[in-house]
Design a protein around this ligand. Structure first.
Ligand code: IPM
Ligand code: MG
Length: 363
């Protein structure tokens, strides 16, 4: 069935515009071959929105995003040491825009796959005996609760400056992300590792209880609980043990960076932030890399794979998503690399050439 894909596009800051342009190129080519059309709505967020409107997120961006079926994003933020954006108060900085749009669109489920690509094994910092056979895990991070959105304040108490950040979860917030994690585990390796700090935190004890209740509806899925400090260790000791890692917002932020580093190829990793509907915000796992912005060397593959994820989750276009993933695999097999994943004997190419090649391999 031919479809008109109504896609919001946030180029964002740093390398965002370059990598998103390549993903759009691949999307357009895929749409052309499979008989769809893409309608793009450009949206401003982060530093780009500060430059235009003085704030990192406007109601206009939220309203326009809500009218789209999905949003593809590049990256948000600049170099805090030099960018004027970081002279603004925290609630007006680029990152506040990202948090704001997550909350405004209720994107509570953040999927961050960490895959060791066979072709890129050389870039993995772990010993070969640990990664033998590869690994493929999915971090399911709760994205609209916990410390990120709890009450915070900085006050003077008895002459001492004191800062508060509160970590709150209610059972409904835990249940909906747990259900998502189990649903996804059913389509993968049927194992959920729920990560918490239940030996210290009340919020983690409630987390564990609710996750156990949800698990009862999924008898085929093996559930294990793991403390977050142990999980940080296990990710480098034996990443193969994981299938779906379910965790709260802050732990997920930290563990997902660790998991992506362990793959050695953060420029390859896609991510999706979803709400209760088919809507999602799709973005590469890497940051805005202001140091290489505008140089034409950034790796667009994570963004291209995010576009594939978008076709799969928001539009149910599995064949089209497969076609993009296969085109990426072919380019890698043939030895083409951007600088971040370059190794001896391979052919180094830039951002645009990588996008061109992947688009030309869509069948
Ligand atoms: C991420 C980022 C954001 C987060 C920052 C930019 C606010 O690190 O998406 O992981 O902490 O969620
Ligand atoms: Mg992070």
């Amino acid at each position: 069935m031919d479809m008109n894909l109504n896609i919001g596009v946030i180029k964002g800051d740093g390398i965002g515009a370059e990598i998103v342009a390549e993903a759009m190129k691949v999307l357009d080519r895929t749409a052309e071959i499979y008989g769809h059309t893409c309608d793009y709505t450009q949206l401003l967020l982060g530093g780009a929105s500060i430059d235009a409107h003085g704030v990192p997120l406007t109601d206009e961006t939220v309203e326009k995003a809500k009218k789209c079926s999905a949003v593809l994003m590049g990256s948000i933020g600049g170099d805090a040491k030099v960018s004027p954006w970081y002279k603004l108060e925290p609630s007006k900085r680029p990152e506040a825009g990202l948090l704001g749009i997550r909350k405004a669109l209720n994107l509570f489920a953040n999927l961050r796959p960490a895959i060791l690509y066979d072709e890129l094994k050389g870039a993995c910092p772990l010993k070969e005996e640990i990664t033998e056979g590869g690994f493929d895990l999915m971090i399911m991070r709760e994205l609209t609760g916990g410390l990120y959105f709890g009450e915070r304040k900085t006050v003077e108490e008895n002459g001492v400056m004191t800062a508060y950040d509160s970590l709150t979860y209610n059972e409904n917030e835990i249940r909906r992300i747990a259900v998502r994690a189990f649903d996804i585990a059913m389509k993968r390796g049927k194992k959920v590792t729920s990560v918490d700090k239940a030996n210290v935190l009340d919020s983690s004890r409630l987390w564990r209880k609710v996750v156990e209740e949800v698990a009862k509806d999924y008898p085929e899925v093996v559930l294990e609980h793991m403390l977050v400090d142990n999980c940080a260790m296990q990710l480098v000791k034996d990443p193969k043990q994981f299938d779906v890692v379910l965790t709260e917002n802050m732990f997920g932020d930290i563990l997902s960076d660790e998991a992506s580093m362990v793959t050695g190829s953060i420029g390859m990793l896609a991510s999706a932030s979803l709400n209760e509907t088919k809507f999602g915000l799709y973005e590469p796992s890497g940051g805005s890399a202001p140091d290489i912005a505008g140089k034409g060397i950034a790796n667009p593959i994570a963004t291209i794979l995010s576009a594939a994820m978008m076709l799969r989750f928001s539009f149910d276009l599995d064949k089209e998503a497969d076609a993009i993933e296969e085109a990426v695999a072919r380019v890698l097999r043939e030895g083409y690399r951007t600088i971040d994943i370059m190794s001896e004997g391979k052919t180094q190419i830039g951002t645009e050439k990588m996008g061109d090649m992947i688009a030309s391999y869509i069948v």
